[in-house]
Every structure is written in structure tokens, then in C-alpha cells.
Design a protein around this ligand. Structure first.
Ligand SMILES: C[S@@+](CC[C@H](N)C(=O)[O-])C[C@H]1O[C@@H](n2cnc3c(N)ncnc32)[C@H](O)[C@@H]1O
Length: 237
């Protein structure tokens, strides 16, 4: 997939395909996967939630519908995807803050969120942004808060699923193995990183991960990205 026009890989690979992203992922069962990710997170009614790489806002909007009292912030570098998220939130009559930004340089204060979600986003990060992203997640999580991450795993050259082999044939996927993701989570200072569940889908194998911030803040810092001032785009509905 090409991303030469942006400093990020858009949801559907190219801007022109973005309108297809929601119908296609729905068809492939992504809604069920996002619900399963939410269910593993034991979200409480007063929680502050961050969805990194929120794309068109499907998970952020769904969380507000499932538990209206939580505060939800969605972050993504793609203004087109965020605009879709804003329209979705408006149609659902829910209030969500959408920020434009990068997961490896989060524009939020330390210890701001109880839960961080990452749905089908991690494989969009270049290799060198993956550890930095997990370091940022660790920094913005409140003590005892947790990360819930859902992503494809690299299918391997010998996978029997040709669709998965074709879809995930990129250098970004090469570092997306379960072992490396769990290793980076630990390196970033997140505790007890582990896979919670697996699903085989038409488009490949997905893994649901969980890891926690330590119960007390310490001085671990893994961030390598520069942190901008609060985002260039902040909108609530
Ligand atoms: C496949 S989409 C997933 C969107 C959404 N989370 C979902 O469940 O449908 C991947 C998203 O990651 C975003 N992305 C790419 N690079 C990013 C980065 N460095 N930080 C945050 N998001 C990024 C893309 O813009 C895209 O919206």
C-alpha cells in the first residue's frame, strides 16, 4: 500500500479508497472485533478513554453508545478520517473529542487516561514508531490503567490464507509479530503484556492484547518522538 503523499499510512491505504473503509471492514467482521476488545477492558462509567489511530471513529462512537458517561478522545493524523468520525458522532448525538495527531507523540499530559484503545492501527506504524507509541501510551495512562490493542499478526510467507498474505505484504507488517509487540510493550514499561484472545478472519489472524501501567508512577520514559502542543484540531460534539 502506498503512503508517499502523507507522513502516515491512511486507513484504506489511499485517500481515494477511504469511503470504502467502513463498509468493507464491517463486512469483514471488524465491528465484532472492536466490541470484543471493549469487553476485555472492563471500562467503568467514570473512565477517561483514548482511542489512538481512531480512523473514522467507529470504535470511539460505539464506546460512547455502550457507556455514555465515559469521556472519549479519538486521535488520528488523517483529517479526512477525523471528519468522518465527527459526522458519525453528530449522527449518533454523542460527544467525542477528535484530535489530529500521531500516536508516537501524543499531545496529552502524563497520566490522563484510564484506558487506551488501539484497533487495527498498530500495523500502520513504521517500525521505528512502534516502541515510541507504546512509550507514549505508558506515559498517558493513569497508574493502574490499561492498554487494549487489537491488530493483525504477520501471516508469514507460508500462510495458507492468500488474501492475508497479499493484504499484509508490507515491511510494516514484518515487525508486527506477537512476540515483538509483547516485547515492545514490556520495554515501554507496560506490565504483564499478554494476548487475551485470537480470531481467524478472512483477512488474516487478529490478536487482542492487554498490558497495564504500573500502579504507581515511576520515572520510566521511552518516548522518542517530539511532543507537540495540544493538537492542531480539537473538536467536540
Ligand atoms: C486501519 S485504520 C484503523 C482505524 C480504526 N481504529 C478502526 O478500528 O477502524 C488505521 C488508522 O491508523 C492511522 N494512523 C496511521 N499512522 C498513525 C500514527 N502514527 N498515529 C496514529 N494513527 C495513525 C491511520 O490514519 C488510520 O486511520
Amino acid at each position: 500500500m502506498s503512503h508517499a503523499r502523507h507522513a502516515y499510512l491512511p486507513a484504506a491505504g489511499r485517500d481515494v479508497f477511504l469511503p470504502l473503509y467502513d463498509p468493507l471492514t464491517k463486512l469483514l467482521g471488524a465491528d465484532r472485533a472492536r466490541r470484543k476488545l471493549f469487553d476485555q477492558a472492563s471500562v467503568q462509567p467514570d473512565h477517561e478513554i483514548l482511542d489512538i489511530g481512531c480512523g473514522t471513529g467507529t470504535l470511539a462512537v460505539a464506546i460512547k453508545r455502550w457507556l455514555p458517561s465515559v469521556n472519549v478522545v479519538g486521535l488520528d493524523p488523517d483529517p479526512r478520517a477525523l471528519a468522518r468520525g465527527e459526522r458519525k458522532a453528530m449522527a449518533a448525538a454523542v460527544s467525542i473529542r477528535f484530535d489530529q495527531g500521531f500516536a508516537n507523540a501524543l499531545p496529552y499530559a502524563d497520566a490522563s487516561f484510564d484506558r487506551v484503545f488501539s484497533s487495527l492501527m498498530f500495523h500502520h506504524l513504521p517500525h521505528n514508531a512502534k516502541l515510541a507509541t507504546l512509550g507514549e501510551v505508558r506515559r498517558v495512562l493513569k497508574p493502574g490503567g490499561s492498554l487494549h490493542l487489537l491488530d493483525f499478526v504477520e501471516p508469514g510467507r507460508h500462510s495458507l490464507n492468500p488474501l492475508a498474505r497479499w493484504l499484509h505484504a508490507s515491511e510494516r507488517m514484518e515487525s508486527n509479530t506477537q512476540e515483538r509487540i509483547l516485547g515492545w510493550m514490556g520495554e515501554a514499561g507496560l506490565l504483564d503484556p499478554h494476548p487475551v484472545a485470537f480470531d481467524e478472519r478472512l483477512f488474516g489472524r487478529i490478536v487482542y492484547y492487554r498490558a497495564s501501567a504500573p500502579a504507581q508512577r515511576d520515572s520510566v520514559s521511552v518516548t522518542t518522538g517530539s511532543r507537540p502542543d495540544c493538537s492542531t484540531r480539537t473538536k467536540s460534539r
